[in-house]
Design a protein around this ligand. Structure first.
Ligand code: ATR
Length: 273
């Protein structure tokens, strides 16, 4: 029987996940569809029960429901548990397992630049959902030293508690910027005209530092533009976005996803808008 996959969230109309996954399903000649569903806080529980009743084969969850899905799962992957957020549900024999592929997706993109070693000093700016997923992946799968800096420093402190990693104020990270070999920008600062201020200045950045931003549209945020002008190797959020979807596809189907195909679809969609 034809399989159904979907993404749920709010808003969802501009999600590029359906285009990427549909292309992968077609390329692999799988008899399946992937569709977006807009749901609200009020309809969330009924929608999830509906997916279960209909025998959904797997789904993605995006903002603001990445936490709300957790009570409906039979199994929670430890990394998803550590960041208390799930973006992918895998269904096997009727059992739902929750994963978070954002962190692994980010790490795969970072490793495409160069291997990460115990000599790396990583600065993560922000302590929201994306930051937590990236922190979990980096702390579990690399030997690097990590500092999380956040405007509300208590959130960063909570993230690193019980680990060998550190929390800092943004001002402290800014003053110590020269020591970092990798800087990861996950905050929502500087994305709009009304919120144009960057989380930190980059005056003390060392040339050759890897600077990444989780945003991919625009391709170069103001933060990345300044970093590039200071001699950084920059990476935007496109590899993370493509890889998180590729990892989800592989979890559902066991098939390695064609990342070039996915990247081209995203670039085509954002270029055409
Ligand atoms: P996401 O889930 O996408 O990571 P989020 O949970 O809304 O996003 O988190 C937004 C992050 O951007 C937070 O770390 C937030 O800092 P606070 O925890 O102090 O709110 C950060 N942020 C938002 N606007 C900012 C600004 N103008 N300057 C610095 N940090 C900002």
């Amino acid at each position: 029987m034809k399989k159904l996959y979907c993404v749920i969230g709010n808003p969802i109309a501009h999600s590029l996940s359906p285009a990427m996954h549909t292309a992968l399903l077609e390329k692999n000649h799988l008899d399946a569809s992937y569709v977006p569903f807009l749901i609200t806080k009020e309809t969330f529980t009924a929608a999830i029960q509906g997916l279960k009743a209909l025998g959904i084969s797997g789904f993605n969850i995006t903002s603001p429901f990445k936490e709300a899905i957790i009570p409906f799962l039979d199994v929670l992957d430890p990394e998803a548990e550590a960041c208390a957020a799930v973006n992918t549900v895998v269904v096997k024999d009727g059992r739902w397992t929750g994963y978070n592929t954002d962190g692994a997706g980010y790490l795969e993109g970072l490793r495409s630049i160069r291997p990460i070693t115990n000599a790396d000093q990583i600065l993560i700016l922000g302590a929201g959902g994306a930051s937590k997923a990236i922190f979990q992946a980096l702390s579990h799968h690399t030997e690097a030293n990590i500092v999380v800096a956040n405007r509300t420093v208590e959130k960063a402190e909570k993230m690193v508690v019980g680990t060998r990693h550190q929390a800092m104020r943004l001002s402290e990270a800014e003053a110590n910027l020269a020591i970092f070999t990798i800087v990861i920008q996950t905050t929502s600062a500087g994305l709009t005209e009304e919120n144009a201020e960057l989380p930190i200045t980059l005056d003390n950045l060392t040339a050759g530092t890897i600077v990444s931003d989780i945003i991919y549209n625009p391709a170069e945020t103001p933060f990345l533009k300044i970093a590039k002008s200071r001699g950084a190797t920059i990476q935007n959020g496109l590899p993370m976005f493509v890889n998180q979807a590729a990892i989800a596809f592989q979890l559902w189907t066991g098939i390695e996803a064609d990342r070039n195909l996915m990247r081209n679809i995203v670039l085509q969609e954002i270029g055409g808008k």
